[in-house]
Design a protein around this ligand. Structure first.
Ligand code: ADP
Ligand code: MG
Length: 242
């Protein structure tokens, strides 16, 4: 069974038909990178997978459960999915450590000791073991993004969603975040990553999905989709970004 199965997903905002029938799956342990021009619906797709948006039509099935079904327990479904945004969305008044413990305690009802232990381990994992007591304003953008990754990991998600996690970073800080993501991929984390980092997608993705105009134009191994695209729309996009 696929970890995530997306079937005929449609999402409109008013008359703007943004997702026009999206079908694809993410297998356990797979890294799927989604690429495509601005406005093609990549963020909307991720937000539908995480139920931050309700699609008008279609299904998102996580571990066999249709999480778009009205009877589905939204909080339970969301708990399985970690999300990292372009803007890190840390709590500015909380330390790195507290940013990583608060949802563990309130949502997962973990004890303070357990939440603390798990948060420390995940901050170590992203290379911030020395910064656990720093506040977001005392951290670089790349460090803040790594706290956001540690925070998501602390909830033990089955799937991690990344929406252009390095797009807001100064160029010299991008590498550290990509290194952490590469390590997660090697550890077997299932990841769905919207990115403009073609070198990362080429190296780390098991599959690349090219979206344009709310549909999947082409998908396959990176060597095909990025290295030898079949569709003219994919070639045009790659000529602009490579
Ligand atoms: P991408 O991430 O590929 O750049 P988005 O999914 O952000 O694309 O946006 C796709 C389209 O959906 C755009 O036309 C955008 O204006 C529209 N859109 C996205 N979110 C909303 C929203 N909350 N309300 C209205 N329109 C939206
Ligand atoms: Mg986007």
């Amino acid at each position: 069974m696929a970890l995530v199965e997306i079937k005929n997903l449609h999402k409109s905002f008013g008359t703007n038909h943004v997702l026009r029938g999206i079908d694809f799956t993410v297998e356990q342990g797979e890294v799927v990178c989604v690429i495509g021009p601005s406005g093609s619906g990549k963020s909307t797709l991720l937000r539908c997978v995480n139920l931050l948006e309700q699609p008008q039509e279609g299904q998102v099935i996580v571990r066999g459960e249709d999480i778009t079904h009205p009877d589905c327990h939204l909080d339970a479904a969301r708990q399985q999915i970690g999300m990292v945004f372009q803007q890190f969305n840390l709590f500015p008044h909380l330390s790195a450590l507290a940013n990583c413990t608060v949802a563990q305690r309130t949502v997962l009802k973990r004890s303070a000791e357990e939440a603390d232990r798990i948060a420390r381990a995940n901050l170590e994992r992203v290379g911030l073991g020395e910064k656990i007591l720093a506040y977001p304003a005392q951290l670089s953008g790349g460090q803040q993004q790594r706290v956001a990754i540690a925070r998501a990991l602390s909830m033990d998600p089955a799937l991690m969603l990344f929406d252009e996690p390095t797009s807001a970073l100064d160029p010299e800080l991008v590498g550290d975040v990509l290194t952490v993501m590469r390590k997660l991929a090697l550890d077997g984390m299932t990841m769905l990553v919207v990115t403009h980092e073609m070198a990362f997608a080429r190296e780390v993705a098991d599959r690349v999905v090219f979206m344009d105009g709310g549909v999947i134009v082409e998908q396959g191994p990176p060597a095909d989709v990025i290295g030898d695209p079949k569709e003219e729309r994919t070639r045009t996009f790659l000529r602009r970004v490579l």
